[in-house]
Design a protein around this ligand. Structure first.
Ligand code: HEC
Ligand code: HEC
Length: 427
């Protein structure tokens, strides 16, 4: 978009003239409840040299803020943001009835964040509520940014404040009221302090970085008819008319069996510039070798998934994710191998387990010498033992394990996801 100096009201008219489809009527805002948006506080984040440096590292690296909040050079490998537009905002997507603008994050007072408070920014970045109190669209990645520690969040904001002002008027986002209502129902304010994790442990560091970089969101096939597992790839990523399937990044021959050095090289060069710009490698290449190596180490701890995908090959049908993608026909649905365990153990595990945080229940029952699990009204899946207490769920996204209390009673079912998800035994 050009940098045009028009009064703010000209934004909508301008968009219509440029031939975009959509509603010409600005949509009303859906009023958020106290459970969806917390009140703003007057906290402020002090600027320090360390924070500005850390903020710049995060924003231009793993958090890839300028991949949406700038214009991008789609002709260059990896489609990096255009230098002169860094942070000045950009259009993200146009669907029927949806205009999505990633706003100007530079310190300009009229068109940027110059007059917004620190807590307005903090709430928007981690909790998905805009400075004006409306729900933000999830393409603003607050689902993963909510994992940011308070200190990293402060660094990001302090760095944004340091961006030189660019005057850039952009059309406002328009979301239909029912869409806003749907988004609002998933909001979850943060009211407790979020401490920094232990970053000296390489796996924990990698886990944190992978979470805030949202590797899981793109590299897991959340919307396909069948989900091959966490980080197993197969998610169709689209922006405008560019489209690619994410690939399998688990430690399997069909995924990422390569070592840390090869991983760092893949990310930093975008495989010699051949990787799709939908993989934000042109931002991740700014991540340090040490951090990339921690992400690699963490990914190698995740359950390996068998799922061949290649965006250059002719699409063929894939039984593993039930979509059409390159190398799809190399895949085959196989039952994971199990070990044999004492059948008496199985009775200990029978019961219902509930996630209080996400409000769903998994029921575990025994059929002859086989444990089966069912999530609410979902399909019934076999639990295939890997050890006395750890099982693979046929068709599940991650391994599960049963845990006992001090008295030896089985009290919890833990799903080994990016962060372990604990379900408490309720019956
Ligand atoms: C994948 C695209 C994408 C990325 C990455 C992204 N944003 Fe956004 N951001 C958006 C979009 C789109 C909106 C507007 C959403 C809406 O209006 O509903 C937005 C909105 C915002 C807002 C809210 C503005 C307001 O109205 O109050 C802030 C602040 C913001 N982003 C900051 C950031 C920061 C900081 C980062 C990096 C940590 C970031 N964004 C990364 C797309 C993105
Ligand atoms: C916005 C979506 C998106 C995000 C976020 C994302 N990826 Fe990707 N990634 C992709 C897509 C799409 C491809 C496939 C690109 C292609 O085939 O050209 C890919 C490819 C890759 C590859 C290349 C695999 C190979 O050998 O061909 C690696 C490695 C990778 N991603 C790692 C990561 C890591 C690590 C993260 C988190 C830090 C991450 N990705 C986050 C979309 C994403």
């Amino acid at each position: 978009m050009d940098y045009m100096k028009f009064p703010a009201v000209a934004g909508l008219a301008l968009l219509l003239l440029s031939g975009c489809r959509g509603n010409s009527e600005p949509q009303p805002y859906f009023e958020l409840t106290a459970a969806q948006a917390r009140p703003l506080t007057d906290r402020t984040f002090e600027t320090t040299h360390d924070r500005v440096a850390r903020g710049e590292y995060l924003v231009e690296g793993l958090l890839r803020c300028f991949f949406c909040h700038s214009e991008r050079d789609w002709d260059a490998p990896g489609a990096p943001p255009i230098e002169e537009t860094m942070g000045a905002g950009g259009r993200v997507n146009v669907e029927d009835n949806l205009w999505l603008t990633a706003p100007n994050l530079t310190s300009d007072e009229e068109t940027g964040i110059g007059t917004w408070s620190d807590d307005m920014l903090a709430r928007a970045i981690r909790e998905g509520v805009g400075h004006d109190g409306r729900v933000l669209h999830t393409s603003m990645d607050y689902g993963s940014f909510r994992r940011l520690s308070d200190e990293d969040l402060a660094s990001v904001i302090v760095f944004l404040r340091s961006l030189p002002p660019i005057h850039n008027i952009l059309p406002q986002t328009v979301l239909a009221l029912d869409e806003q209502e749907r988004l609002a129902s998933r909001l979850n304010p943060i009211t407790e302090p979020v401490a920094q994790r232990n970053l000296s442990d390489s796996i924990e560091r990698g886990r944190y970085l992978a979470m805030i970089g949202n590797c899981e969101g793109c590299h897991t096939s959340w919307y396909s008819p069948r989900n091959p597992g966490l980080f197993g790839g197969g998610n169709i990523i689209e922006r405008g008319n560019v489209r690619a399937f994410s690939t399998n990044i688990t430690a399997h021959e069909s995924g990422m069996l390569y070592d840390s050095a090869a991983f760092i090289n893949t990310i930093q060069t975008g495989k010699g510039g051949t990787l799709s710009p939908l993989m934000p490698w042109a931002a991740y290449r700014n991540v340090s070798d040490e951090d990339l190596s921690a992400i690699h180490a963490f990914l190698q701890t995740m359950q390996p998934v068998t799922h061949y995908i290649n965006n250059f090959a002719e699409p063929t049908s894939c039984p593993v994710c039930e979509q059409q993608h390159g190398l799809g026909d190399l895949n085959e649905v196989t039952r994971p191998e199990g070990v044999s365990i004492d059948p008496e153990l199985l009775d200990d595990y029978v019961g219902a387990y509930r996630s209080m945080e996400y409000g769903f229940t998994i029921r575990v029952t025994r059929e002859a010498n086989q444990l089966v699990a069912q999530e609410d009204d979902g399909p019934v899946a076999d639990l295939i033992p890997q050890s006395d207490a750890r099982f693979l769920m046929d068709g599940g996204i991650a391994p599960v394990r049963f845990e006992r209390d001090a008295a030896g009673m089985v009290t919890r079912l833990v799903s080994e996801e990016v962060e372990e998800l604990v379900l408490d035994r309720v019956e």
